[in-house]
Design a protein around this ligand. Structure first.
Ligand code: GTR
Length: 334
């Protein structure tokens, strides 16, 4: 594991020198070679990782190699909290993260973190592709405190509970400690659904499951497989309680060092990546479901969805009012 402080030191230095640019800063630097760092918690071959690598290839081709992307996959640069911090100081340029942790920085995004806010994944895609999607990306980019530029959304399917037994109704979660992403909404959601929500970084999850610090977690099928969680949890219950898109952010500090033309290029390829990742996503879900079967995982599809939807009413009572207008607009999208 790379020492985080060292990365920050080295990275911040590189950022000050202009993203590891060979030449001097200023106008001349705009023409210099730049290697932009990208990070993801997932390994090579995961849809989000491939989509960002594709942005790198396109940038290289469009600029004759002047701009390129170096990918650090598989949590090499830490968990998502660390990735956000590194992007904020300019030690990392592209951070592909979940909207889950971003909601703690830009509250407007928490609307996507509400349980059962989308009717389906198709509904979520329509929302992120439309006006609401654009507006929320802009909220991140224009918020002075984020130090981030939000480039595009990506798909992460639906989240489902996995543990050592089938979860079909809220009572089945009684007494189970289920890891949730670091955002109070998720802990409240799991508690309302009948379990005990435990907030924890993604980078600590595998060990926590192995040592039984938690009884299980919740995520999409590709994550369950590529992160080897299937080795420690044999029942995957399709509760689909959260449909949370991913977001690709860029360090604002580094962004300001790019020329307007380069910014436009990065943005163009990122927007394309939103749709490219989606195709890869659909294939990856199929692949993951196949592998789950081979691995002997029990896929539980007989779920009392209504009971789970009713159970999260306290979460909606607590957080929903703030987003009432936006929720109305989301509901109106068919
Ligand atoms: C995955 C997502 C990651 C991370 C993870 C988590 O679905 O792709 O970015 O947020 O969930 O549960 O922390």
């Amino acid at each position: 594991m790379i020492n985080r402080r060292e990365i920050l030191k080295v990275g911040a230095g590189a950022a000050a020198a202009g993203l590891g640019m060979a030449g001097a800063v200023g106008t001349a630097a705009a023409q210099s070679k730049m290697v932009m760092k990208a990070a993801d918690v997932h390994p090579l071959g995961y849809p989000t990782v491939e989509a960002v690598q594709q942005i790198g290839k396109k940038l290289e081709a469009a600029t004759n190699g002047r701009l390129s992307v170096q990918m650090y996959p598989a949590m090499q640069l830490g968990g998502e909290k660390e990735m956000i911090e590194q992007a904020q100081v300019g030690a990392l340029q592209f951070a592909r993260i979940s909207v889950g942790p971003v909601g703690t920085i830009v509250d407007d995004l928490n609307v996507f973190n509400l349980p059962f806010v989308f009717r389906s994944e198709a509904h979520m895609r329509k929302v992120i592709d439309g006006e609401i999607g654009k507006e929320l990306l802009a909220k991140v980019s224009t918020n002075a405190r984020t130090n981030l530029i939000a480039l595009c959304w990506m798909d992460a399917g639906s989240r489902n509970i996995y543990t050592h037994k089938a979860i079909q109704k809220p009572e089945d979660l009684k007494g189970l400690k289920i890891r949730m992403m670091g955002n109070p909404i998720f802990v409240d959601t799991m508690n309302a659904m009948g379990g005990n929500g435990i907030s924890m970084g993604f980078d600590q999850l595998y060990n926590a499951m192995q040592t039984k610090v938690v009884d299980g977690a919740e995520n999409n099928p590709p994550t369950f497989m590529v992160q080897n969680h299937y080795q420690v949890a044999k029942f995957f219950s399709m509760t689909e309680h959260l449909i949370i898109p991913e977001i690709l952010v860029f360090s604002r500090r580094s962004w300001e060092q790019l020329s307007k033309d380069d910014q436009a290029l990065v943005q163009k390829f990122a927007t394309e990546a939103q749709f490219e990742e989606r195709k890869l996503w659909d294939e990856k879900v199929k692949e993951a479901l196949g592998k789950m079967k081979e691995a002997g995982i029990t896929l539980v599809t007989d779920i009392d969805k209504k009971a789970f939807q009713d159970s999260v009413k306290p979460v909606w009572d607590k957080y929903g009012a703030k987003y009432a207008e936006l929720i109305k607009r989301i509901n109106a999208i068919t």
